[in-house]
Design a protein around this ligand. Structure first.
Ligand SMILES: [Zn+2]
Length: 276
């Protein structure tokens, strides 16, 4: 029954995505599938991470991803890139993006997002800025290794298991729940400042991206002061492709993607979950 429902949901999403493609007349766009629950994966990792409380926990049912959403501005929006991935909204198991190497960069990304990234960085570099894209698409395995290494680093520093899992979860997503697994997210720093810390926000590169990213369809995904909505610490380097129209609405209204899509409650619930 669950499978049948998931199938119907997927079919619906595909129809919407195809309708969107037809409307956009842009064959380069790849439709995205709806995120769906992935409790097994998360539970397995949680178990590996803290050895407790892994059984029987279900991720909340997911909202259909590419379905039309009422935007903050009140209009109906439909985009294959406008879906939520966070700790309560895992990447769909059958999500199958068209991944390419970002032209001229050493990272991979979903084709449309990668091409938008190329255009954005070229525009900034024309003004004398120098960007380094330090992270793009990651497979689930790559995300798993990264996440576990963040926990290990904190255990090595003397934290308890619970503290290490909690702290690591604020800077690195559990496998299956990272935006980097969608190919739509990129970590961008300056050639002159490559530390992933708040200091990067003061560079000319960070300021330029903050001012211009939406023109290319990107939003700063984890803004300062929005941890309650996103569940993640401020990351001045992490940009997520959502499409130009949505990006300009989101940035214009000062929202996070959670707030824009109306799913902020999902993150707070999950944070409590992690603390158990
Ligand atoms: Zn990132």
């Amino acid at each position: 029954m669950k499978r049948l429902f998931a199938g119907l949901l997927l079919a619906g999403v595909l129809i919407l995505a195809v309708a969107y493609l037809a409307a956009e007349e842009d064959p380069a766009r790849a439709p995205a599938a709806a995120p769906k629950a992935d409790a097994g994966e998360n539970a397995a990792v949680r178990e590996a991470a803290n050895g407790a409380d892994a059984g029987g926990k279900e991720t909340a049912p997911e909202a259909p991803a590419a379905e039309e959403k009422k935007s903050a501005a009140g209009g109906e929006r439909s985009s294959p890139f406008l879906f939520l991935v966070n700790r309560n909204h895992p990447v769909a198991e059958d999500y199958d993006p068209d991944i390419i190497t970002v032209p001229g960069r050493n990272v991979r990304g979903e084709r449309t997002a990668a091409e938008a990234l190329r255009d954005m960085l070229a525009a900034g570099e024309k003004e004398g800025l120098r960007f380094v894209v330090c992270s793009g698409y990651r497979t689930r395995d790559e995300q798993r290794k990264l996440y576990l290494s963040q926990i290990q680093r904190r255990l090595d520093a003397g934290m308890t298991q619970t503290e290490a899992v909690e702290e690591a979860g604020r800077v690195s997503a559990q496998p299956g729940t990272s935006e980097h697994e969608t190919g739509l997210a990129f970590d961008i720093v300056a050639l002159s400042y490559q530390n992933l810390d708040d200091g990067y926000a003061l560079t000319a590169e960070a300021k330029w991206l903050r001012a211009h990213a939406a023109e290319y369809g990107f939003v700063l995904r984890y803004p300062a002061g929005k941890s309650d909505a996103t569940g993640m610490d401020y990351e001045p380097w992490h940009f997520r492709y959502v499409g130009k129209e949505a990006a300009e609405e989101i940035e214009g209204a000062g929202l996070t993607l959670e707030e824009y899509l109306g799913n902020e409650a999902a993150v707070s619930l999950s944070q409590e979950d992690t603390q158990k």
